[in-house]
Design a protein around this ligand. Structure first.
Ligand SMILES: Cc1cc2nc3c(=O)[nH]c(=O)nc-3n(C[C@H](O)[C@H](O)[C@H](O)COP(=O)(O)O)c2cc1C
Length: 152
């Protein structure tokens, strides 16, 4: 199986419950990188510095014609951050996330720490299980009203 596909086969049972903070953060990144991104550019860079993850915008992956201001690029990094937070909650951590921590460095989008222990919510568990199943649907739209419960 190509490396591209094995990424989607990440096994939650392999979370290093007894590992170091760094090992835990590294494992959680497996879920961040499954996020959707504009034209599948995956324009995120992660740096782990022992107890903290730094999320950077990778402008080298920017699309100068379709996204000259990098708006979709930053949204794409936001989707990765969202997945990351879902995974943190799933493995029992609240997460301590500071967005745009350094006004002097606009490429640094967020700093993330594990934070204190929490119990995952049912909604978060649903989202977590969707991370490795989700993909963009390019088929025709179906014609039915979305149920109220889903809209909520
Ligand atoms: C900010 C953003 C904009 C996107 N715009 C479009 C779009 O205009 N049309 C489209 O078909 N998909 C769009 N996508 C979906 C991406 O093409 C898709 O996430 C990417 O190719 C990876 O495929 P996957 O979602 O199946 O993992 C967008 C995704 C993001 C995050």
């Amino acid at each position: 199986m190509s490396e591209l596909l094995t990424m989607w086969k990440v096994k939650e049972a392999e979370f290093p419950h007894h590992g170091t903070v760094e090992e835990k953060l590294k494992f959680i990144l497996n879920y961040a990188i499954l996020a959707p991104s504009s034209h599948n550019t995956q324009p995120w860079l992660f740096k782990i510095d022992s107890e903290e993850i730094y999320l950077y915008a990778d402008r080298n992956r920017g699309l100068s014609i379709t996204d000259p201001e990098g708006r979709e690029l930053v949204i794409s990094c936001g989707t990765a951050l969202f997945n990351l937070r879902i995974a943190l909650h799933h493995f029992g951590y609240k997460g301590e996330i500071i967005t745009f921590p350094n006004p002097a460095n606009s490429e640094l989008l967020a700093c993330i720490k594990l934070g204190y222990r929490i119990k995952e919510s049912t909604d978060n568990n649903l989202l977590f299980n969707a991370i490795s199943k989700r993909h963009t649907n390019r088929q025709n739209y179906q014609w039915w009203d979305a149920p109220q419960s889903l809209l909520r």
